[in-house]
Design a protein around this ligand. Sequence first.
Ligand code: TYD
Length: 270
Amino acid sequence: MRRVGGSCSDAKTATTKDTKGHEENLGPGRSQTLADSPAIISDVAVRGRFITFEGLDGSGKSTQLEKLARSLRAHGLSVAVTREPGGTATGEKIREVLLHSATAGLSPFTEMALMFASRAQHIHEVILPALAEGRIVLCDRFTDSTEAYQGGGRKLGSKAVLQLHEILCGNLQPDLTILLDNEAAFSVDRARRRNRKHKGGRSEKGPERAAERDENRFEQESRAFFGRVRHAYLAIAHREPQRVHVINARGTPSETHADIMELVRKKLKI
Ligand code: TYD
C-alpha cells in the first residue's frame, strides 16, 4: 500500500482560497489514487500540508506549535491547530479517560486502541477536511506518539502500531514531523512542575485547557519509561529522516522557534 503522504514526485501546486477569498499558494499538494485505502482517505484529491509536533511531556511542543501557527498566519497562510489524543468531541472524551490519573488498570493494548480510536475520528472529522481545503494542519502529537509511548514505553513494539496505523488511519503520513528532543529527566520534571502549578491556576495551554483537568496519568510514569519513549522517538527519526526532523529543545523558546521556522520555511518554501 502506498503511503498517503508519500513522495513529492507527482506533486502539483495546490492553490486554494481562504475564507476571505484570498488565494493561498501552499506549494506542492498531492493527488491520490489509493484503491486499497479507506474511502475517506482516497477522497482527498488535493492536500494542504500536514505538520506534526512530537516529543516528551514537557518538551515545549505546545508552545512551539502556537508560535509556528502565529508565524504562518502572519505570512497569510490558513492554519488549523489541533491535538491528540482529542481534537474532536469524541476524541476529547477519549482523552479524558486516557490522561486522568484516576484511570486505573488500563491494559497497554486498551491504551493503544483508545489512542487510535481518537485518531481515526480526528482524521475523518478534522485533518482530512482541512487538508482537502488546502490548509496547513499543525497537530500536537500523532502516530509517532503511539509508537514512542505504547510501542516503546509500554513495550508493545512498533509493528502493531504501524499495522493499526495502516488499517485505521489509511497510513496517512505527515509531510513534516518536528521532534523536540531533550533529556527525559529534564522534560518530565518540567511537565510535572507545570501540572502542579496548574492545579487551581490557569493552563499554559490556553483557556480551552483551563478547565483544570487532571492530565497526569502519563507523567506519573518512571524515568525508565520516558527513557524508552525517547529512544523510540529517536529510532523513528533515524528510520524516516526525510519526514522526521529532530530539533534540539534545550535552548530558549525563541531559539527553538527560530530553528523550527528555518526548517518549515525550507519545507514549505515560504
Ligand atoms: P500532551 O497533551 O501532548 O502532553 P504534554 O503536553 O505533557 O506533552 O499528551 C498527553 C499524553 O498522552 C502524553 O503523556 C503522551 C500520551 N500519548 C500517548 O501515550 N500515545 C499517543 O498516541 C498520544 C497521542 C499521546
